[in-house]
Structures are given as C-alpha cells and as structure tokens.
Write a protein of this length. Structure first.
Length: 185
C-alpha cells in the first residue's frame, strides 16, 4: 500500500464514523456541560496515553476556550499533575490515580468525562465507578466495542471504530463540536 492510499483509507474510516453517528448523544452531552457551567460545577476529564493528552486539551478548551468575556467551566484534567499521579500510583496503585482524585475533589452534580480508545483501562473504570458512587454524572467518549466503560457510564458517546488513532481523533472532534456549541450560547 502506498502512502496516498493509506491516507485515503484513514480519511474514509474517519468520515464513515462521523457520517454514521447519532449526534443526539453529543447534544445531550453539550446540554449537561452547559447546565454544569451555569451551576458552577466541576468537570473532570481522564484518560491514558493519547487520551490523557486529549483530556488536557479538552480541559483547556472548557476552562478558557469557551469563556468569551467571563469564566469558563471549572475543568480539571486528572492526568495533568505528574507529582500527584506518581504519588498515587506509587502508594495506591496505578488503577487508583483518577478515582482518588475524584473522591477528594468531586461533588454531587459534577461531571466526569472518561476518554478511552477501547474502554477497558482499569483506572478509567475505577474513576467511573467512584464518580457514580458520588452522584457525579459520567460521560465517556470511547471506540472499539466500548469495553467495560460502555456498561458502567451514564452516557456513552460510542464510536464502534476499531482503530486507536481514529478513536482518539473522535475524542477531540466531539469536544470541539461541544466547545463551538457552548460558545454559540
């Protein structure tokens, strides 16, 4: 396969995922974020690897990008504090790095956004379970078959795409759609 056909194949897979999606799930997600914004609730975002980088990007967009002349959402990317992550990972285990932060910082009515390519990361699953136990609304943007996250999360934005890079692209595409929607309000 030459490079050009590889690029075309990638763009076709991404386009198919976008064209075949029921956007009502994203609309409901945007409404929940708008409500949380109005009530000054916190938004937590977690993920591993590329999804961790996306969590930080999304937190930036929600905190600052949507704020025209005022305050944005109180968005926190849980993978962003390396001192805290290494402390929790060392003392409690890597599977607790997000759930412990939610236990300490979270409150009823807050939102957790879980980002996962496959939906099976134990630390993301633990974060969803911790959030649900605290009446924190949970959303996930996931690919593949959705994994265990699909069964736990309150609201899934699930793209059944079996490609990690496209799954991660979709996390940012959805968040940028929501950002523009919130800016238009």
């Amino acid at each position: 396969m030459n490079m050009n056909s590889s690029f075309k194949s990638y763009s076709e897979k991404l386009e198919a995922a976008l064209n075949n999606y029921d956007w009502s799930h994203v609309e409901a997600f945007a409404r929940s974020l708008q409500y949380a914004w109005g009530k000054n609730k916190q938004v937590f975002i977690c993920g591993n690897g590329g999804s961790a980088a996306n969590a930080m990007h999304i937190a930036n967009d929600l905190l600052y990008g949507v704020a025209k002349n005022g305050a944005g959402l109180r968005a926190i990317a849980l993978p962003s504090n390396t001192s805290l992550l290494t402390c929790l990972g060392n003392d409690l285990g890597y599977d607790q790095i997000f759930s412990k932060q939610i236990q300490v910082f979270g409150g009823s009515g807050d939102i957790l956004i879980a980002l996962s390519g496959r939906g099976n990361s134990r630390n993301v699953i633990n974060a969803l379970e911790q959030a649900k136990s605290m009446n924190i609304h949970t959303f996930a943007i996931i690919g593949y078959d959705g994994g265990k996250c699909l069964d736990i999360v309150d609201h899934a934005i699930h793209f059944p795409v079996y490609d990690m890079q496209i799954s991660e692209d979709l996390q940012l595409i959805v968040s940028h759609m929501i950002m523009q929607s919130l800016c238009a309000q």
